[in-house]
Design a protein. Structure first.
Length: 96
C-alpha cells in the first residue's frame, strides 16, 4: 500500500514537470508512476518544447517546430527554412 502511494506521488510530480515543459501531464504521470525516481529524472532532463525554434508551412501557414519535416495540419513536406521564427519564450508571448 505504501509503495502505491509513493508511485502516485512520483507520478504527480513527474506529470507536473512534464506539463511545465510543454508535454503531456498524463504521459509523464504514467512514466513516473511506473518508474519512480528514474522517470522523474527523465522528466527533468526532457527538453523544453516551448524553447524550440519554429517555422511556417508554405502551403497552409501553420506554425510548426523547426525539427518537424511534415506539416501537422496539411501533411506537406517541409524544406529547411532560411529564416526561423523565435521560440515563444523569446517572442514575448508570455508562455502561452
Amino acid at each position: 500500500m505504501a509503495y502505491l502511494v509513493i508511485c502516485i506521488f512520483f507520478g504527480i510530480g513527474g506529470g507536473i514537470v512534464g506539463k511545465v515543459k510543454g508535454s503531456s501531464f498524463w504521459l509523464w504521470f504514467l512514466i513516473c508512476a511506473v518508474l519512480p525516481g528514474i522517470g522523474n529524472v527523465a522528466a527533468l532532463l526532457h527538453r523544453v518544447e516551448r524553447n524550440e525554434f519554429r517555422r511556417r508551412c508554405d502551403d497552409c501557414g501553420n506554425v510548426v517546430p523547426l525539427h518537424d519535416a511534415i506539416c501537422t495540419r496539411c501533411g506537406a513536406e517541409l524544406d529547411f527554412p532560411e529564416v526561423a521564427i523565435a521560440p515563444r519564450s523569446m517572442a514575448g508571448e508570455g508562455g502561452r
